[in-house]
Write a protein that binds this ligand. Structure first.
Ligand SMILES: Nc1ncnc2c1ncn2[C@@H]1O[C@H](COP(=O)(O)OP(=O)(O)O)[C@@H](O)[C@H]1O
Ligand SMILES: O=P(O)(O)OC[C@H](O)CO
Length: 499
């Protein structure tokens, strides 16, 4: 039987998906399942790695079952994942030693603060502004607070991984302990120039090198491993591509050339600009990160603006306030009023990420009057994402000197047409949605397919990209600036809330 499909595992913050793509980059079948968000204390967010593996296993099996396609028809598998989220497992038992600490978790604020004298060094080495967001402080916390992790580290059997490494470990039956450069670039343990684990960083954080996975290219020169025949695929398939989910979306949006960019609206919101082989250092609160590496070709970099809470705020409206029953309903509720009624919602639930990097900020709702109703709050929830995107875009243009003429968008929130129109209005430039909005999974599929020669070149896959819809700005410039002015005022009021 010929291998005519590529499989992509997309393990995101809220759910796991598996999608099969054909040679034209068209989705053939998919399955998706949510996993539990564990909030043990305010500011703490955890995932159960066992549950993440079970959900991943289930969505693979579901997709194969409903499509009638078997593992023997799949040429390669790609993995894309929520980044930074970190765990330890024991190589001897194969069992996790703790719940994964999620990228949004802020328990490590004290650890980050205690490294204050080293912040300039850390940023120079890693391209990242020191923050609770990244893996290294999470590992330090686990070493110091999880007895099983500490003893496995001292015995030499502890293995650290971001979610990509964990899934490769499980899929290969514990044979491969690997990651790719895009994921490694988010740990604060990798030198962003040499793209290798860095001894000085490891010693600063007090972590041994033996816990770390091997760093490989994103489009693998050699497969990271093969899936186990007795696993969910029922066959041995090469795992050929790994990309952090935001880099995967950049790849899936065919942003291969310098200056091309995309914004992904999921749990958080992430704007990435391809800077090719140039490592641009930000002076406006953005990250320098690896975009991808094609086999042994030079590393490609990106500038990134990261916003912690965007779709998550819609979920909060649904789960914590019960104002809507599904995320999609937020649009109807927001359309029940003409505007936000002067209400601004700054969702600094994990502090503020780009471009502010303030862990002392907390969420606020500003501008409330007796006039405000639930519809105004729903508008303010959606508008928060659009305002944060504008902040990131201004920072990006300031750092790169590149003007972003129009914005390519993807992710779960781009189904929301009201948000897309408001985004175009507040940016004052067109917003463009592609036909395939599952760009994250598509990017991982492309990486895997290119790795094994299923597709041959970026030109070939670039032809699959097609525009679905475009929103043009209609808001008057004076109103746009007035609204943005009030947003910035609200952001200032959210800062410094924690002592
Ligand atoms: N129609 C919608 N309007 C606004 N937000 C939405 C809509 N549909 C989904 N979302 C939000 O998008 C997010 C899911 O997007 P997705 O790209 O699947 O995220 P992730 O990859 O982070 O798990 C959720 O936070 C959800 O609240
Ligand atoms: O799971 P997502 O799509 O919200 O992405 C999470 C990011 O990778 C965090 O850096």
């Amino acid at each position: 039987m010929s291998r005519d499909y590529i499989g992509a595992i997309d393990q995101g913050t809220t759910s796991s998906r598996f999608i099969l793509f054909d040679r034209h980059g068209k989705e053939v079948a998919s399955s998706q399942k949510e996993h539990t968000q564990i909030y043990p204390r305010p500011g703490w967010v955890e995932h159960d790695p066992g549950e993440i593996w079970t959900r991943t296993d289930e969505v693979i099996r579901d997709t194969l079952k409903k499509s009638g396609i078997s593992g023997s028809q799949i040429a390669a598998v790609g993995i894309t994942n929520q980044r930074e989220t970190s765990l330890f497992w024991d190589a001897e038992t194969g069992k996790p030693l703790n719940n994964a600490i999620v990228w949004q978790d802020t328990r490590t604020a004290g650890i980050v603060e205690s490294m204050k004298d080293h912040h300039p060094f850390l940023t120079r080495k890693t391209g990242l502004p020191p923050a609770t967001y990244f893996s290294a402080p999470k590992l330090v916390w686990m070493r110091d607070n999880v007895a099983a992790a500490a003893s496995a580290i001292s015995r030499g059997s502890a293995r650290f991984g971001t979610i990509d490494s964990w899934l490769v470990w499980k899929l290969t039956g514990g044979k491969s302990h690997v990651t790719d450069l895009t994921n490694a670039s988010r740990t604060m343990l990798m030198d962003i120039q040499s793209c290798t684990w860095d001894r000085e960083l490891l010693s600063l954080w007090g972590l041994p090198e033996e816990i770390l996975p091997e760093i490989r290219s994103s489009i693998a020169a050699e497969p990271y491993g093969t899936t186990e025949a007795d696993g969910p695929f029922g066959d041995e398939i090469p795992i050929g591509g790994i990309l952090g989910d935001q880099q995967a979306a950049l790849f899936g949006q065919a942003c291969f050339s310098k200056g091309s960019s995309k914004n992904t609206y999921g749990t958080g919101c992430f704007l990435l600009l391809n800077t090719a082989d140039e490592l641009i250092r930000s002076s406006h609160g953005l990250l320098s990160t690896v975009a991808y590496r094609w086999k042994d070709e030079p590393v490609q970099y990106a500038l990134e603006g990261s916003v912690a809470v965007s779709g998550a705020l819609v979920q909060w409206l649904r789960d914590n306030l019960g104002l809507i029953k599904s995320s999609a309903e937020v649009e109807e509720l927001a359309r029940s009023v003409d505007d936000s009624g002067g209400v601004y919602f700054v969702p600094a639930f994990s502090g503020l990420f780009a471009p502010h990097w303030r862990s002392d900020a907390r969420g606020i709702v500003a501008g409330l009057t007796g006039y405000a109703r639930s519809g105004h709050l729903a508008r303010a929830v959606l508008e928060a994402t659009a305002f944060q995107t504008r902040e990131m875009m201004e920072a990006m243009e300031g750092d790169s000197g590149i003007s972003i003429g129009s914005l390519r968008v993807d992710g779960g929130m781009v189904r929301n047409e009201l948000l897309m129109q408001f985004q175009a209005d507040i940016l004052g430039r067109p917003v463009i949605r592609p036909e395939i909005t599952e760009t994250t999974a598509l990017g991982a599929a492309y990486a895997a397919g290119l790795s094994v020669g299923f597709w041959r070149s970026q030109e070939e896959i670039g032809k699959h990209w097609r525009e679905d819809k475009r929103w043009l700005p209609v808001m008057k410039p004076a109103e746009r600036e007035d609204r943005f002015h009030f947003w910035k005022k609200a952001v200032e009021r959210s800062k410094g809330w924690l002592d």
